[in-house]
Ligand binder design. Structure first.
Ligand SMILES: Cc1ncc(COP(=O)(O)O)c(C=O)c1O
Length: 392
């Protein structure tokens, strides 16, 4: 049996590797504290789970869902965007429920890229932008995200021959893994770039609601001209602690939404209908108080983590959004060496920044989704230890 060549091009799935290391360490008897994957430890709110219980027994919900979701869900998504960002979308043409943002991002590449085309991909970045590009037979052109530039790409540095070949630019703010934030200027430049070079802008806003210190994240779709060139992906995963239920959405340009629906409907059969009802509850009935309390849990963990890691000699800007602390390793340490050191000496798991691309080298990422007592246990082990010279 011979597998397709594209499988050889897949990078090893980062979190699979990490979970193997954790298992090996646990097999040695270690009590491992993991700050690895960003997967909320706090349960889905009761009013949302209750809706699943209410709808699960209803036979129409046992059948194939429509690929484009229930009209009530599309209306709930549009209503949420209206309340949150003051934006109006046509629920028939400009809104599409997804089986999580990841599904939409992966499929979007198939809508936009032919073999030989170019996708503009941020680095460090969420790996699916590059993997989707590779599955479509296209090439990723790296847009470096640098600390000194607020983790935003310099669009003027993209050579014009690359820009002319490019079909899509991926942006993600608030950014995973860096915690970088968008500016109005970046979004405006992206729209100008898209119009000049005929490139689609795909903005991934999966973390727009996980914010701290009064920060309010914008939507790319608020940018003048964005509807002509772009689409925004959003997820209920992080906003409502719903990673396990698999539900997200895309809104924006009708041609892009239609293309995504055409690809999706040939490859998947939509979100289980009872989960769609959960999504409606989440979007329509979750209170601001619940959101604030949920984010406050992450904010407290962030503050503790920043305090302890800074004391160890790592350099950190406390993120105003997202589920991660992104910390610069002390001079001489690679991200893998530091991750190995923390695992070996303290049984604490962090993600090496190199796993998010070459420009992630020199950083480690810690997720804020570990329960409070485990955060304290992990930090207690690290507190007071100062990193010396890296291993030779
Ligand atoms: C930047 C980014 N986009 C999208 C996703 C996936 O979200 P979903 O659970 O909706 O598929 C993640 C998950 O970690 C992410 O970090």
């Amino acid at each position: 049996m011979e597998l397709a060549n594209r499988l050889d091009k897949l990078p090893p799935y980062l979190f699979l590797e990490i979970s193997r290391k954790i298992q090996a360490k646990r097999a040695e008897g270690a009590d491992v504290v993991s700050f690895g994957i960003g997967d909320p430890d706090i349960p889905t709110p009761e009013h949302i789970v209750g809706e699943l219980k209410r709808t699960a027994g209803d036979p129409p919900n046992h059948r194939y869902p429509e690929s484009d979701g229930l009209p009530e869900l599309r209306a709930a998504i549009a209503g949420w965007y209206q309340r949150r960002f003051g934006l109006s979308f046509d629920t028939g043409k400009e809104v599409l429920p997804l089986i999580g943002a990841k599904e939409g991002i992966g499929h979007m590449a198939l809508c936009l890229l032919d073999p030989g085309d170019v996708a503009l991909v941020p680095d460090p970045g969420y790996p699916v932008y590059g993997v989707g590009t590779m599955f479509a037979g296209a090439k990723s052109y790296t847009m470096p995200l640098r600390e000194e530039n607020g983790w935003r790409p310099d669009l003027s540095a993209i050579p014009s021959d690359i820009a002319r070949k490019a079909k899509v630019m991926w942006l993600n703010y608030p950014n995973n893994p860096t915690g970088g934030l968008a500016t109005e200027e970046l979004f405006r430049e992206a729209v100008d770039f898209a119009k000049t070079y005929n490139v689609a802008i795909c903005h991934d806003a999966a973390y727009s609601e996980v914010t701290f210190d009064g920060y309010v994240a914008p939507s790319f779709m608020q940018t003048p001209g964005a509807m002509d060139v772009g689409i925004e992906f959003h997820s209920l995963s992080k906003t409502y602690n719903m990673t396990g239920w698999r539900i997200g959405m895309a809104v924006g340009n009708a041609t892009l939404i239609d293309a995504l629906l055409r690809v999706k409907s040939n490859l998947d059969s939509g979100i289980p209908q009872a989960v769609q009802y959960m999504g409606i509850q989440a979007l329509e009935q979750t209170t601001d108080e619940w959101m604030a309390a949920n984010n406050d849990v992450y904010r407290r963990r962030r503050d503790r983590m920043v305090e302890v890691l800074s004391g160890m000699g790592l350099s950190i800007t406390a993120p105003k959004a997202g589920l991660y602390v992104w910390a610069r390793c002390p001079a001489g340490w690679t991200s893998a060496a530091l991750a190995t050191e923390l695992l070996e000496k303290h049984a604490v798991v962090v993600t090496p920044g190199r796993g998010y691309g070459e420009y992630g080298e020199g950083y480690i990422r810690l997720s804020l989704t570990t329960p409070d007592d485990r955060v304290e246990e992990g930090l207690r082990r690290l507190e007071g230890s100062r990193l010396g010279a890296p291993p030779a």
